[in-house]
Design a protein around this ligand. Structure first.
Ligand code: MV4
Length: 448
């Protein structure tokens, strides 16, 4: 059993991990940058160590500082949260070299799945449906054009080192593809230090549906159901829900089996996500795997009654999963609303400043994960997430009603937040009817 875990992160996820540690009787060590000295994760943890100045490169991304803090504190494990170093294979490797358990997959697994070309090949070979596309990287313009001629336009050029919407280019003609291929290659080399690109058929109006996975070190793999993350804007998710209304229980079961197969094919260990795109006909395709716990893990916790962070820690300790697939069932509907310091009336421009007053919502079926409090100053250097509001209901109608009620109860004074956007969304017929795809926000939201 771990005695002490260092949390290499900040904000709500650091607070979330501290809570799991406390329930498991494990001591927590927070690290913080100078601008985060008044942060809740610092006061909530058993100990806190300052690791450097505000800019993340000098603190939350500063591997030597974090390792030094872990050694000084006597931590036997590091939880990376999401973002920052969570999907950094080198960090996972350095932790293990220093005799500290990285709570996440081993470096080889992070590398394998971080390379989207390698991941596609692994999945294809394992019989996991992938989007029709080139096998392996495309190095010659001719290969890209040949694929497009055979598959038909539109196609999408993606960087092997990209993911999460970065390094993609949609092409409708030979001319666009010739150009797009060139620029994609150059950009991939500069931004991802990997010039490899590949080409896929472009799926119009897809839904983004992902499966939560848990895999222990003994070969046990389970999925904890799906999340629909289609409500997003410029690749930033705004609302996630579980389970998706778009797929039938039969499809859900089939996709779950495929997600487990994908996990096994990657020899995955830890908590992770298998992402799919689902086209208008309901066909599903693997797109990528995330080797971290995600922001939206909490909607899965709400419908599955499982603590994903505690499972993640158990896995890292070498324990077996606390549940088998037959023990997992989903009950009701959950939605997560990301309350960001962004102005939805002003193109989601980052706001910020001081939270003059904060009143969190409560009552049945409501969970708030946050690091803010009345008087908290939001540093401008990090992401804009202030709080996650997670609501649960027995059916989706109850969940929506609760969402509205809880969003109205939430008072955050001192800055504009995304709450008015969420209230708008919950009044949209297409959303209420479960018809919103990944283009919904861009096509329908004109400001509040
Ligand atoms: C696609 C696609 C359509 N066709 N691939 C964006 C994020 C990254 N994970 C993959 N993405 C997409 N890949 C093919 N072949 C459309 C998207 C996409 C998208 C996917 C999920 C959620 C939101 C999205 C918004 C725009 C585009």
């Amino acid at each position: 059993m771990f005695k002490r875990i260092l949390i290499a992160n900040r904000g709500e996820i650091a607070v979330r991990v501290i809570r799991a540690c406390r329930e498991l009787g494990i001591e927590s060590v927070a690290v913080y940058s100078t601008v985060d000295a008044n942060s809740l994760h610092v006061s909530e943890a058993d100990t806190a160590i300052c690791i450097g100045p505000g800019p993340a490169e000098q603190s939350y991304l500063n591997i030597p500082s974090i390792i030094a803090a872990a050694e000084v504190a006597g931590a036997d494990a590091i939880h990376p949260g999401y973002g920052f170093l969570a999907e950094n294979a080198r960090f996972s490797d350095i932790c293990s070299t220093c005799g500290i358990t990285f709570i996440g997959p081993p470096p080889e697994v992070i590398d394998r799945l971080g390379d989207k070309v390698a991941a596609r090949t692994i999945m294809e070979d394992a019989g996991v449906p992938v989007i029709p596309g080139t096998r392996g990287a495309v190095t010659k313009e001719r290969q890209a054009l040949t694929f497009a001629a055979q598959a038909g336009y539109p196609v999408i050029v993606k960087a092997a080192g990209g993911g999460g919407g970065r390094g993609m280019r949609i092409c409708y003609t030979d001319k666009e593809l010739t150009q797009g291929f060139q620029t994609a290659q150059v950009e991939a080399g500069t931004y991802f230090k990997n010039p490899a690109v590949y080409v896929e058929k472009y799926i119009l109006n897809p839904r983004h549906i992902e499966f939560q996975i848990l895999a222990d070190q003994h070969g046990n793999v389970v999925h904890v159901g799906d999340r629909d993350c289609s409500i997003q804007r410029r690749h930033q998710k705004l609302v996630e829900e579980a389970p998706s209304t778009f797929i039938t229980d039969k499809t859900r079961a089939a996709m779950g089996k495929i997600a487990v197969r994908a996990t096994e094919a990657a020899a995955y260990v830890g908590a992770g996500t298998i992402e799919f795109l689902v086209d208008e006909a309901g066909k599903y395709y693997f797109i990528e795997a995330n080797t971290r716990v995600q922001v939206e893990h909490s909607v899965t916790e709400a419908v599955a009654g499982l603590d994903i962070i505690k499972e993640q820690i158990r896995i890292a300790e070498g324990e077996t999963l606390s549940v088998a697939q037959r023990d997992i069932s989903l009950f009701g509907y959950a939605m997560e609303f990301r309350i960001n310091a962004e102005d939805p009336a002003n193109d989601f421009r980052p706001t910020g400043g001081t939270v003059e007053f904060f009143n969190p919502p409560g009552g049945p079926g409501v969970r708030v994960d946050t690091h803010i409090y009345s008087g908290y100053r939001v540093p401008s250097l990090y992401d804009s997430l202030l709080a996650k509001l997670i609501v649960w209901g027995r059916d989706r109608t109850e969940t929506i009603a609760r969402g509205k009620r809880a969003l109205r109860e939430t008072l955050i004074e001192g800055m504009a937040t995304t709450i008015p956007f969420h209230l708008w969304l919950l009044d949209q017929d297409d959303f209420v009817a479960g018809r919103a795809t990944t283009n919904f926000v861009e096509q329908n939201y004109k400001g509040v």
